[in-house]
Structure formats: structure tokens, C-alpha cells
Write a protein that binds this ligand. Structure first.
Ligand code: DAK
Length: 259
């Protein structure tokens, strides 16, 4: 992968992706989207990948939004097309087979808050700030923010954040259920990795199916209960489930193979 806008580090079965535009507070431009699309398409369903952390370069920002300088000259139809493309890339993240954690090391605004919300889990540093300030620019969110924010914090609070464009602190985000945990200052990546290390000892097929079942709840083309019994049958028939039960009886750690 040769995208200077996205630093990709692999440590065994876990990737750390660092959005690398610190001079623009890691604002999302088309090149960042290209890089994210390439990564999440390449590794989609590669069960040897057990988790991904997404973070921002520098100490100030996770991602301060879509790149205002890039999109300001787009017309309506270009805007709608790019918005759809961004949404599709964020769906790839949301539907990735292994957990993706946003390690939010600073501002997560507009497209940055939307990127964090497309991830499965969010770890915030104490100085992180979240917001959907699109209305300040005369815009609505373009990458799923008007929908996912409601899923996480409910209509009342989402409406206020979306209408005022105001930022909320990491503490507030934790209280409202937008983030899972707050790390020590500078400890967002380590805390994310320790969470991924815990999850990666579980059955990879079960993890993949769990992610998709949780997503099914919000997919009005699917009946989540129906998907659940099918996936239950599927996982029960897998070699991993046999190994999991055998390991329990034999009082040892299971050796899952993802089959
Ligand atoms: N885009 C481009 N550059 C940005 C940026 C952004 N979103 N945010 C910051 N920068 C740049 C600044 O311009 C500045 O560059 P220089 O002036 O030094 O060249 C540099 O990063 C440092 O920023 P500041 O000097 O402003 O830093 P401060 O600490 O004073 O302030 C801040 C930090 C995060 C409060 C401030 O930078 C800020 O308010 N940033 C903008 C936040 C924002 O409104 N973000 C956009 C949200 S709207 C679309 C789809 C979706 C969207 C748009 C289009 N299409 C499909 C077309 C979504 C839009 C959004 O995300």
C-alpha cells in the first residue's frame, strides 16, 4: 500500500492505521478515502486479520472533518456522488469481519466523528472532542452522521449536537454512550490494542457473525432474530465451536482456526 496519507503498521494479526495529514488536522480528503477503501477492500474477510485501530497523526486531532478546502468547489451532483462513496467506504469499515477501534486522540469533528462512529468501538483520550459542526458551514453531515449519531446517543441529544454544531468532551461522550472508554493521555492506542488482544482470543467466526448481527439490528431490510438463529446454527456447526466446547471440558484454552 503506497498512500502517504495513511500510515499502515502491522503487528502480527493487528493493523494500526494512522491518518497522516497533521498539517490539516488529518482532514479527510479524497486520497485518505482512496487509502481507506483500498485497505478495507483488500483485507475484508481475511480472517488472519484480527483487528484494526484507526487513529490520527499528531497530538491535536483524530480527524477534524472532511477537507473543507477540497470540497468547497464541488457542485451538488459531485457532492452527492462523493457523499455516497464516503458512506460506502464507512459501511465497509462497519461491516469489517474483525473489530475496528477508533483511537480518538483529539478532535473528531464532522467526517471525523462519522469515521469514529463507523468503527465498532471507540476509545477516547481525555482531550478528545466530538462534534458534527456541518451546520456552521451550511451543510448537513455527508458520511452517515445524521443516522449513526442517533443510534449511539438517541434522538434528543443527537438533535442538539447536529443543530448547534457544538462539540462535546470525552467525558460527555462516555456518559452518553458515544465512546466505550477513556484512556490516559496518550494511551488511546495501547488501550485499543489491549481490547483487541482480549477479543482476538475468541472464535474468529463468532466475532465476524457477532459484528454482522449487531449491524443487522439497524438494517431494515433484515430481521435480526431470523439472522441470529441462522448464524447460531452456522457457528454451532463450525469446527471452532466443537473446539471451544472440547477445550472447556478439557479445561484448556481453545485453539480456534476460523473454520
Ligand atoms: N479541512 C481542511 N483544513 C482544516 C480542517 C478541515 N476540516 N480543519 C483544520 N484544518 C486546517 C486549518 O485550516 C489550519 O491550516 P492552516 O491555516 O495552518 O494552513 C490547520 O488545519 C490547523 O487548524 P487551526 O489553525 O484551525 O487549529 P485550531 O487549533 O485553532 O482549531 C479546530 C482546531 C478543529 C477547532 C479548527 O481547525 C476547526 O474548526 N476546524 C474545522 C472543523 C470543521 O468544521 N470540520 C468540517 C466539518 S464538516 C462532503 C461530505 C461530507 C462533508 C463535506 C463534504 N462531500 C461528499 C462533498 C463533511 C463535512 C465536514 O466534516
Amino acid at each position: 500500500m503506497d498512500y502517504p496519507e495513511l500510515i499502515v503498521e502491522r503487528s502480527d494479526d493487528i493493523f494500526i492505521l494512522k491518518i497522516n495529514r497533521p498539517e490539516a488536522l488529518n482532514a479527510l480528503n479524497i486520497k485518505v478515502f482512496d487509502a481507506l477503501e483500498y485497505f478495507f477492500t483488500t483485507y475484508n474477510n481475511d480472517l488472519s486479520v484480527k483487528g484494526v485501530v484507526i487513529t490520527g497523526s499528531g497530538e491535536k486531532a483524530f480527524v477534524a472533518g472532511a477537507d473543507i478546502k477540497e470540497f468547497m468547489d464541488f457542485d451538488s451532483s459531485e457532492g452527492a456522488k462523493l457523499s455516497k462513496r464516503g458512506q460506502d467506504i464507512f459501511f465497509k469499515i462497519e461491516r469489517f469481519h474483525a473489530p475496528v477501534i477508533a483511537a480518538v486522540n483529539g478532535f473528531a469533528l464532522g467526517g471525523g466523528c462519522e469515521l469514529a462512529m463507523a468503527c465498532h468501538l471507540r476509545i477516547a483520550g481525555p482531550a478528545a472532542k466530538f462534534g458534527q459542526p456541518e451546520v456552521n458551514l451550511g451543510l448537513v453531515p455527508g458520511y452517515g452522521g445524521s443516522q449513526r449519531l442517533i443510534q449511539y446517543i438517541g434522538k434528543t441529544k443527537a438533535m442538539k449536537m447536529l443543530l448547534t454544531g457544538e462539540m462535546i468532551s470525552a467525558e460527555q461522550a462516555l456518559q452518553w454512550g458515544l465512546v466505550n472508554e477513556i484512556s490516559e493521555a496518550g494511551g488511546e492506542i495501547d488501550l485499543s490494542l489491549s481490547l483487541l488482544n482480549k477479543i482476538k482470543s475468541k472464535g474468529p467466526l463468532a466475532i465476524k457473525k457477532t459484528i454482522s448481527l449487531v449491524n443487522d439490528f439497524f438494517d431494515n431490510t433484515k430481521n435480526g432474530f431470523e439472522e441470529e438463529y441462522k448464524d447460531f446454527g452456522f457457528t454451532l456447526g463450525s469446527s471452532d465451536a466443537k473446539e471451544g466446547s472440547r477445550a472447556f471440558i478439557e479445561k484448556r484454552k481453545p485453539l480456534f482456526k476460523g473454520i
